[in-house]
Design a protein around this ligand. Sequence first.
Ligand code: HT7
Ligand code: ZN
Length: 893
Amino acid sequence: PTAIQREAYAAPAFWIDTVDLTFDLDPAKTRVLNKMRLRRNPDVAAQPLRLDGEDLNLARVLVNGGGTSFKMDGAQLVLENLPEGHEPFDLEIFTTCNPEKNTQLMGLYVSNDSFFTQCEAEGFRRITYFLDRPDVMASYTVTLRADKAKYPVLLSNGNLVEQGALDDGRHFAKWVDPHKKPCYLFALVAGQLVAREQRIVSRSGTEHLLQVFVRPGDLDKTEHAMNSLMASVAWDEARFGLPLDLERFMIVATSDFNMGAMENKGLNIFNTKFVLANPATATDLDFGNIESVVGHEYFHNWTGNRITCRDWFQLSLKEGLTVFRDQEFSQDMAGVASARAVKRIEDVRVLRTVQFAEDAGPMAHPVRPDSYVEINNFYTVTIYEKGSEVVRMMQTLVASPADLQGRDGFAKGMKLYFERHDGQAVTCDDFAQAIADANPGSALAQNLSTFKRWYSQAGTPRLQAHGAYNAAERSYTLTLSQSCPATPDQASKKPFVIPVTLGLLSRDGQALALQQAGSADVLPQQTLVLTEASASYTFVNIDSEPVPSLLRGFSAPVVLDDGLSTAELLCLLAHDSDPFNQWEAGQRLMLQSAVQALTQDSAGPVLSDELVAALRNVLRHPELDAAFKDLALTLPSENYIADQLSMVDPQRVHAVREAMRLQLATALQADWQWAWDAHKNNGAYSPDALSSGRRALAGLAMNMLCIAAVQTGDAVTPGRVYQQFKDASNMTDRFNALSALVVSGHALAHDALALFHKLFQHEALVIDKWFALQAGAPDRAGDVLPRVRQLMQHADFSLRNPNRARSLIFSYCSANPAAFHRADAAGYVYWSEQVLALDAINPQVAARLARAMDRWSRLAEPYRSAAQVAIERVAAKADLSNDVREVISRALN
Ligand code: HT7
Ligand code: ZN
């Protein structure tokens, strides 16, 4: 397969002004009549029209109503004898396709007897021949025809303009989308669906209809999605002045979906996982995810749909920006500052555990990649989460004394972006330029071309900080220097623009005022902007050597090396007014303890007494939120600990982390008991930040108590946990209890798992949790893999359903390192079997699974060699999809 290069972008030779599609929907043979009006692009030299197609049966091609010659070039339909000149002409193409055989879930497919589409990134070509590229924007009219009894609901983008009966029990619906769009935003849905409906009036007084469509039994699980949608509409108007631009906005849920959700214009299609929730079936995490994914897709309506990407290399233009927007939305919804900080910590945790690992592995790529083989492989945490951090830094860099966080400056930038580019397909450069131009004189405007290296250079920068206190001068000089490791195709990097938000504390934890030498400003906190390889900053009027609190709020996506001592980190853990850095200090102390135990082979407890005592103080703190305590007392993950090491023995990492956990469980037993008693029983369920934080801390405490109980042989606590499991009035408490029994390896886990399955056998999303919990369970006797293999034979398991495959296979291969990295290589054999099996069904899902081996080359022996053999086994398969081939080739390079 050949790689596509960003530099090779060329404007299309033709524009498509209008598209009139008629679908005769039939699961085995759907007929698609595609009538287009095209014209030549006057800016491009005359050339044949090349239309993309995939898995289509071509029946007819007409130009201006008459027959025409055409040829096939690979999958492309090539028309050479089109009218000359720049007048529009009509092109009619008639094809058929087979939706029920479409297991890739791209294009038109059948799921649970309903029709759905997924067109991003290149699925529209599986529906009809087309210029399947995002810079071709057209007006769509869509007529759907289908059996009325089987498919009573017929939906497409825009407004329903006509509907009625046809012969033979069929009916039709005609939809017109008032907005031009690229074909990746096209959607249709047909099936037996019901809707929760809500009419809303926007700030400007316009009426809109919001609908959430689900299968008939699921209507009682749509309230939270609808509330999230209403909140999203209100938020985008309030924060960015962006109103809903449609009379009707629809969300439809399907249980067969490759990703989380899709922002098709006016007809979002969602994975059921991100729509369906009620207290009995969904956890707090599910409720939070639904709010953020509903927000994310809704916010795409402007950032992605009204202004879209010129080409797929610009994917982060819409994804990074929209993740930034959904993160801000969720923070605003969380409310108080402490809850906002918790959300920020959670987001950074994902970035650091998943994106930093990507940046350090074979799939590392810039936020705006330079080349790809299969675009589906580039829907990554780098494009999404790092892309969001890049946007966040822009906001920070347009801050001013009157607008400390840069919110107003950034909103001005967004306004200019829409004034300039509404209705266009543009680039990341266009976006950055608009934000900078709206904020002349800002740090962003002054450093724009250097700042844009965040788009072009891959890898996670290292930021070194060194502080020197001068007692005679009462000054403190901070020297910051940066470097960035090599990544595939990029050996050396130029300096990045790094905003470093900082505060200084006295050794007894008091916040110090910051005054830079030569400046009259005295501030509690400041943002330094490092633009060179190294720079120094001097602060004056400092009475004694301070403790620096750097990179507050995680102001840049870098690895910070500030060389702080244990005492200094303990000071920050106890006193930092910045909740992110307070949490971070605890994480670093735990991480250092783990790395020390792993590299120094010392016997004895991993955590020092003073760290245990400091963590106890956090747990017992009268003013800190429960949600914060939960995060602060949760150990860094095994994968994150492994990322700190140059050579990884996953079994040793697991053993050290387990030892730390047992130590915390036993040393703080009385405190965990207090925490459980004080935070359980929260009354009627509500998914708000405060209540979910209390449940999270109660869950962690219960987990720790179970671990300690198994150690001491105490039967009372596990009995109480089992009772909570049975009596729980919501899924969060019930699942936490079940997890505590499974994770601690208590004998009651067996009965609890059986009962859980019996209670929820008809709830697919709950059964996903049941599979995932078992695949992710601690591997005490090498029994997880046999259990996983056994579960693949379970009547509820299906490789074809991505959610189910993820819940079992991915939970084992990607989220259970100690069970997966087996000395006998059986985990790797299983991985290679599943990648190949999935590749024959759904290459996109297979390629995601293939990435579980991204970091194989850092494994210690015998894992490394065994992993290489398994990867080579996959590589040896001749007919691999491009998706899997690209991931595997990069891994082996
Ligand atoms: N923009 C959406 C991407 C997406 C997708 C991509 C490839 C294959 C299937 C897909 N489903 C959705 C998701 C989003 O970021 O909103
Ligand atoms: Zn998105």
